[in-house]
Design a protein around this ligand. Structure first.
Ligand SMILES: O=C(O)CCC(=O)C(=O)O
Ligand SMILES: [Fe+2]
Length: 347
């Protein structure tokens, strides 16, 4: 078990960015107040806390699985991302996080292999950790998609059809470990580059601080404070594009945790819901007058994206490839990794 208990609390004197708290139980009943809070969070910042999501037990088990996996000898960590494999800015500074991704398609197909194989530590926890976590995350994110479908005035099932369980997609669970900050190093260098998420919805579980959002309309980074039992949810680029820019996919990054927390390894866990590989990322204006109007009013950088749509798989491949350290051949490669952000150069 990674030492996730008795961690120092988030310091009181560090500014944080508040998020709206949404209650998943109330959302399921379509409580009007909760649904309108979700709309506010999604159209202003694109991040919110979600409570009563029912994933906590599976989350703890995933952290155990992550710890077992990161402790394996390097050769046994198949399909694993080592520290420094991506860059965090156009100068090529390396990231410091290691992570393990498990594809939704493999969890659904288990014990058959749909896309790739995993280390023994992942296989051993498929039934008690990975599958329960992925199934729960899909249920939560599918509910959110259904509500966004209603809020955007789309015909029933439009977003569901773009996120079919049985179509291959980049949807995946990711366990992330950032090592404690080396003694004597005080600068808050990015551990994971500033980015917008590639897909539709991210369901994130944090124990220590370190996640920061760029506050809309400013160039200021602010911490999001982890709250026990509260997931952090955010929208990715695909939802910004589908909605003609109404839904926000905000820039965020990971830096070392603040204060005393910096001396501890930082663990986080995400489930990314991404559209099916063949889904074209384009604004759904022909299905919703609200989206059609948003497209007309969209800023130039989004219009350019609407005008040359890519499939979900193309979008994802381009972004991942151009962040990889091995592929850096000048600033243009880093720039080509960017998504829907206003500041393509932000690091
Ligand atoms: O570790 C975190 O808190 C956030 C990770 C993240 O933004 C990502 O993997 O896309
Ligand atoms: Fe992210």
């Amino acid at each position: 078990m990674p030492a996730l208990t008795n961690l120092p609390s988030f310091p009181d004197n560090v500014p944080t960015h508040p998020l709206l708290v949404i209650d998943y139980d109330l959302l399921k009943t379509r409580d009007a107040n909760e649904v309108s809070k979700l709309w506010k969070a999604a159209t202003e910042l694109g991040f919110w806390y979600l409570k009563n999501h029912g994933a906590d037990e599976a989350v703890d088990r995933m952290f155990d699985m992550g710890d077992e996996t990161m402790n394996l000898p390097y050769d046994e960590k198949m399909n694993y991302k080592a520290r420094g494999a991506t860059v965090t800015d156009e100068s090529g500074a390396p990231d410091t996080v290691e992570f393990m991704n498990i594809a939704k398609d493999d969890a659904i197909a288990w014990p058959s292999v749909a896309r790739r194989t995993y280390p023994s530590t992942v296989n051993a926890r498929m039934n008690d950790a990975v599958i329960p976590f992925i199934r729960r995350s899909i249920e939560v994110n599918d509910t959110l998609l259904e509500i966004f479908n209603e809020l955007l005035g789309l015909p029933d099932g439009t977003l569901a059809e773009k996120h079919k369980l049985d179509e291959f997609s980049g949807s995946e669970a990711r366990v992330i470990k950032n090592p404690p900050r080396p003694e004597g190093l005080n600068e808050a260098k990015a551990a994971l580059a500033a980015h917008t998420d590639f897909g539709s919805l991210s369901f994130l579980h944090n124990r220590l601080g370190g996640l920061q959002v760029m506050v809309p309309g400013t160039d200021q980074w602010q911490y999001i404070k982890p709250i026990p039992g509260h997931a952090i949810c955010n929208l990715g680029d695909a939802m910004t594009i589908f909605s003609g820019g109404l839904l926000k996919s905000n820039l965020h990054r990971v830096v070392p945790p603040p204060g005393e927390q910096a001396h501890y390894a930082r663990w986080s866990l995400v489930y990314f819901t991404r559209p099916g590989d063949s889904v074209l990322l384009r604004a759904l204006g022909e299905h919703s007058s609200m989206i059609a109007k948003a497209v007309e009013d969209a800023p130039e950088h989004l219009r350019k994206i609407f005008e040359s749509p890519q499939t979900s798989q193309e979008w994802f491949t381009r972004r991942v490839k151009n962040m990889r350290t091995n592929n850096q051949k000048g600033v243009d490669v880093w720039r080509a990794s960017r998504g829907t952000e206003h500041r393509p150069l932000a690091a």
